[in-house]
Design a binder for this molecule. Structure first.
Ligand SMILES: [Zn+2]
Ligand SMILES: [Zn+2]
Length: 376
């Protein structure tokens, strides 16, 4: 039997047993190694996203391969054969799954826009066999034809597993600011460019790290929580703007201008998820700069802004929604090569058993955690 924490209605978690099964030809069965909890999980838990219950949450996870279907051993993305005992990072969103929607057929570089995208741990009804579609459970079943997985080296620290998916989000957001093939053009992100990161939650911290590792010039992080400001500094931020000292948007914009030769940042990224931050951020970017919106995975309301700021500024504003599955390779490389240099491991501030979901969520709500992980 396999135990799983099932979200059967908003705020109702039941620990249920599921029959063990054999994987079909293209699937593997993995024992959950570790799984992170993110903002999306909180929204799902509270019932703010309209997805069908019951569902097993958990989309930021690694598994240890326990059983391999007949054809599945050759499906792992980096071309190595899979073996029992391998540790895999699983990309939760399907890739080119439906093959019939506009995006699958005509926008192949952005498979994450597929209208029929299914995300493990998010919108997979667990009443359907093989049931185990999320990682707040002892095991997960992954059809490797529909979902990508990346094999992790033994040296990859186990506790960084929950950061792979958020690093995919963060690194892709930063890459949205890369100019195509012209990085010395002062168009967007590149070596020596000045970057502003609004918010030092998990995504903001990982954007900070990705910018630092990619050769940013100065990185300025704006945040309110002291422990997060400190962590941002350790992740490579050169300047911190503490909301407790810079209380108004005007004061913060002025400080960014002071730190960027009076012109504004080359690139700014909104990683807060509050509409007001978006308006503020558009004023922190220099003329001809880039502004990336990655904080609003859910609709948290509206804000008034002056389109003139964007028009006159000649600013490129880009949204960043998830990532293509290949972004996991970038994330695994960044984390796996640099965990000695940057304190990624300290981002996992709390670990709970996967049957303790309500307690884990309470801890996140209390504001003391950066990233909370669950283990089986
Ligand atoms: Zn997430
Ligand atoms: Zn599609």
């Amino acid at each position: 039997m396999t135990k799983a924490s099932v979200l059967s209605a908003p705020k109702v978690i039941q620990v249920l047993d599921f029959e063990d099964a054999e994987p079909d030809d293209n699937s593997i069965i993995g024992r959950t190694d570790i799984c992170g909890i993110c903002g999306t999980d909180l929204h799902l838990y509270e019932g703010q996203m309209r997805f069908p219950y019951p569902v097993i949450l958990g989309h930021e996870f690694t598994v240890i391969v326990e059983k391999i279907g007949k054809n599945a051993s050759t499906l792992e993305a980096l071309g190595q054969k899979l073996s029992i005992g391998d540790r895999l990072a699983v990309v939760p969103g399907t890739s080119r799954f439906c093959g019939t929607c506009f995006y699958c057929r005509f926008v192949p570089d952005r498979p994450q826009l597929c209208g029929n995208r299914r995300v493990l741990g998010v919108n997979m009804d667990c009443r359907n066999p093989p049931h185990l579609f999320g990682a707040f459970a002892e095991r997960v079943v992954v059809d490797l034809l529909r979902w990508y997985a990346y094999k992790l080296e033994d040296s990859f620290p186990r506790e960084l597993g929950p950061l792979i998916e958020p690093m995919a989000v963060a690194s892709r957001a930063l890459e949205r600011a890369l100019p195509p093939g012209r990085s010395s053009s002062w168009d967007g992100f590149g070596l020596g460019k000045k970057v502003v990161v609004q918010g030092a939650g998990p995504v903001g911290l990982l954007v900070t790290a990705a910018a630092r590792l990619s050769g940013a010039g100065s990185v300025t992080v704006i945040e309110k929580v002291p422990s997060r400001l400190k962590m941002a500094e350790e992740m490579g931020a050169d300047h911190l703007i503490d909301l407790n000292s810079f209380e108004t948007a005007e004061a913060r914009v002025k400080e960014v201008l002071r730190l960027t030769d009076g012109v504004g940042a080359d690139v700014a990224l909104e990683c807060v998820g509050l509409p007001a931050a978006f308006e503020e951020g558009t004023r922190m970017v220099r003329r001809g700069g880039k502004y990336i919106e990655v904080g609003h995975y859910v609709d948290s309301g509206a804000v008034e802004l002056r389109p003139n700021v964007i028009c006159k500024g000649d600013i490129d504003v880009s949204g960043s929604w998830a990532y293509p599955p290949t972004q996991f390779r970038t994330a695994v490389e960044l984390l796996g090569r640099h965990f000695d240099r940057l304190p990624f491991r300290r981002m996992i501030t709390h670990t709970f058993h996967f049957t303790d979901v309500p307690k884990a969520i309470e801890t996140i709500r209390s504001g003391e955690a950066v990233k909370v992980a669950l283990t089986a």
